[in-house]
Design a protein around this ligand. Sequence first.
Ligand code: UD1
Ligand code: CA
Length: 495
Amino acid sequence: MKLAGVVLAAGLGTRMNSSASGGLPKVLHKLHGTTMLQHVLNTLHKLKPQKIVIIVGKHFKEIKESLQDVSKPSFAQQKEAKGTGDALLKALPSLRSFKGTVAVINGDTPLITPETLKKFLSLHEKSMNTISILSFVSQQPSSYGKVMRHERGNVLSIVENRNATMSQKKIKEVNSGIYAIEPEGLCLLKEIKLNESKGEYYLTDIVSIARDKGIKVDAFCIGSEDECIGINTREELDRARQLMKDRIIKRWLYRGVTFVDTNSVFISSNIHIGRGTIVYPNVHLEGNTKIGKRCTIYPNVRILNSIIGDGAVIKDSTLIEGSVVKRKASVGPFAHIRPGSEIGAGARIGNFVEVKKSVIGSGTKASHLTYLGDAKIGKDVNIGAGTITCNYDGYKKNITTIEDNVFIGSDSQLIAPVKIGKGAYVGAGSTITNDVPSKALALSRVEQKHFESWAIKRQLKVKSEQLKVKGAKSKERRSKRKVQSERSKVQSAKS
Ligand code: UD1
Ligand code: CA
């Protein structure tokens, strides 16, 4: 089947009440790290259409900028949101040279799966319909267009809720906003009349127009409510988020991942997790993160856009961003791996260690209280507690190079640019400003002095000072008593 996709995304999304969040267009609200529109595009992309057209409105720029470059869509603009019928009409110039089936999807239907779309399109093809609609049975049909059927089952029209009679409102088969339309059907768009009650051109009116002309149109009720949910309000967005979360968690449970508590993990839709990995509560895996096999991710960890190798252990309360942690490495607790870092196989990054844009060789250990920024660190290096790479001179960032098998003593400062040669030692408490040759010991702390018997002399001094104070106090008391007795003598003489 020759296929093109059209995504309707030019609506104003008034029911989302987004003016407070900078007027974010509805289709750019996110579900598990990916916008609604991108979810729809990713799904559509799996059907391998020859072309994808997105109908955009006044938020053209934001929408274009938000897209990940998977499907390379083209855009058509609907300057005024005059309804879904008018929106699809705007796609026609981009489809002029396309002769095939056009799959139309509302941009606010992010949970639809490629499997259901494929099934729908093959039913459309087999039935040789000019227009097909994907419908589903809804338990809350009030926000959807109702599918009107003749008693023999043929579709007559779609009636929007606001235009429906009381008995029509009870109909549970509703329109998903997903259509398959042949070129002949697209020609009918021009015939859609303005719906006076809303002041919009309803795409759904194409059904009755086609029927009146004897053009073959039908609805296939193959969708489920969980897949076809259309998002108009934040409440519906939250419901869709929950549904998507359940779907993501189920996928990984099925593939052999253990979650200690499925309720308290957040996993974005693009994540990959290897078999045998254990994920503890309150873990956030975001962006394009890949977690290897048999890893352990302890509580309160957030990992985004990173790759974690097989068997790695990420301990409690750790943040890893835009980095690679190789197999069997251990990071945390309370570590921060900032973008552009690579933690080598079997390396250990421990408590309160921050690593920024640095390469840490395999088997290297920085176990406590350390900052490693813009550093190139070799294999089997030991970084002592409190080591700091002083990478910033106030103008630019400088590189610290530490070659294989180096030992950096605790509380050392390495003033970059500086290089510590292979197998060298840096004594604890050193401030290293010059390159250290391979195998050397570098020491740059003030030499220790001993003052013999200093403690005894100090004790004697303190004691003699205490005696002096004591003597002065008793002298004062004696003189006070003397004054007192003189006074009482004078008093008794007077009386
Ligand atoms: C629409 C259908 C309804 C269906 C429901 C499924 C119509 C008239 N109604 O209703 O039958 O049950 O979807 O979820 O089509 N859009 C534009 N330009 C516009 C208006 C809308 O591009 O001028 C886009 C929106 O961005 C959105 C999509 O079309 O992605 C659907 O619009 P929306 O207003 O949400 O339609 P519903 O009222 O949900
Ligand atoms: Ca909608």
